[in-house]
Design a protein around this ligand. Structure first.
Ligand code: NDP
Ligand code: ZN
Length: 325
């Protein structure tokens, strides 16, 4: 049922940085890093129906076991246990290699649409899927006011996704100039700089409270601020990978002493073929242009290390690096 692919485009993720430098999902030894790739199929198992060697494929960062009980319950990303669908560089070797293995190829690969730019295709694997998942978790509806906390590549896709989902005002929190400029182009109506003052104060002063908060960055205070700024009946969708501390703090009073009808959903991006095909169709139809996230390009496998170090250091002109092979 599985496939072996060779990467043709790769990108490092902030989660790779958490994995290596903060060990925040637990110690990982002797694992190849990386979970964002576009690939070419090299070999398939006898039970693979729809893919053959030579096919160029989109590969989701999360590759669930589709027959698992968790998948049947609607949470395939946790197949086999908490975060179990996230296999690359978590429970098995990742994609920064000459070849990588994809479980359940028919369920987890999607054909690369003809003519699709490899930068856009590589962003589909995680940035688009995760950023848009933040929008889904927060439940953005037509006319909602939305705060997007964090406008790195993930949050930028949340901004774009919120706009596609019918948000009205979009308050985008971040400061790097390239990210701010792109946030405006993807649909942000106001930019909030967290260096200037408390973001909840700033957003409350402008809006009186928002319907949805998408958390795609921030620090230990972010949930306090998110609960403060969301209206009763509103929802917080978190896709940020919380990499330190043992507890997430909620402000009791602003959470209505537990009765504020302010809900919080946090999730790992869904993987799988259908999602990749649907997200790719947004690119093919011109509704979304994720290639604009790519600010730095490298060629050859030796470029991976430079790309990873860029992602770690986050220079002010960086949004996302891409490596073409
Ligand atoms: P980046 O580091 O590029 O972006 C982080 C954003 O948060 C930046 O805009 C940054 O602002 C902003 N920020 C930093 N500190 C604060 C603060 N104190 N208050 C408010 N905003 C702040 O990250 P990525 O976009 O690459 O990734 C975002 C997160 O998503 C990561 O934690 C990553 O691990 C996670 N992730 C989760 C996945 C999932 O499935 N749930 C999958 C993929 C990634 P500035 O402009 O100043 O830099
Ligand atoms: Zn990732």
């Amino acid at each position: 049922m599985d496939a072996i692919c060779r990467p043709i485009a790769l990108a490092p993720c902030t989660s790779d940085i958490h994995t290596v430098w903060s060990g925040s999902i637990g110690e990982r030894f002797d694992l190849v890093l990386g979970h964002e790739a576009v690939g070419e199929v090299v070999e398939v198992g006898a039970l693979v129906r729809d893919f053959k060697p030579g096919d160029r494929v989109l590969v989701a960062a999360v590759t669930p076991d589709w027959s698992s009980r968790e998948a049947q319950a609607g949470f395939a990303m946790h197949s086999g246990g908490l975060l179990g669908g996230w296999k690359f560089s978590n429970s098995k070797d990742g994609v920064f290699a000459e070849f990588f293995h994809v479980n359940d190829a028919d369920g987890n690969l999607a054909l690369l649409p003809a003519g699709m730019d490899l930068a856009a295709a590589c962003m589909l694997s995680d940035m688009v899927s995760t950023g848009l998942y933040g929008v889904e978790l927060a439940g953005v509806e037509f006319g909602d006011t939305v705060a997007v906390v964090g406008i790195g590549p993930v949050g930028l896709m949340s901004v774009a996704g919120a706009a596609i989902h019918g948000a009205s005002e979009i308050y985008a929190v971040g400061s790097r100039p390239n990210c701010v400029a792109l946030a405006r182009e993807y649909g942000a109506t106001q930019i909030i700089d967290y260096h200037v003052g408390d973001i909840a104060d700033q957003i409350l002063a402008l809006s009186g409270g928002v319907d949805r908060v998408i958390v795609a960055g921030g620090d230990a205070k972010t949930f306090v601020q998110a609960v403060q700024m969301v209206k009763p009946g509103g929802c917080i969708g978190n896709v940020n990978y919380l990499d330190e501390g043992d507890h997430v703090i909620f402000p009791r009073l602003e959470w209505g002493c537990g009765m504020g009808n302010k809900s919080v959903h946090g999730g790992l991006m869904p993987g799988g073929r259908l999602r990749m095909e649907k997200l790719a169709s947004l690119v093919v139809t011109g509704r979304l242009d994720p290639a604009r996230l790519v600010t730095h390009r490298f060629t050859g496998i030796e470029g991976v290390e430079q790309a990873v170090m860029l992602m770690k250091d986050k220079p002010s002109d960086l949004i996302k690096p891409l490596v073409l092979l």
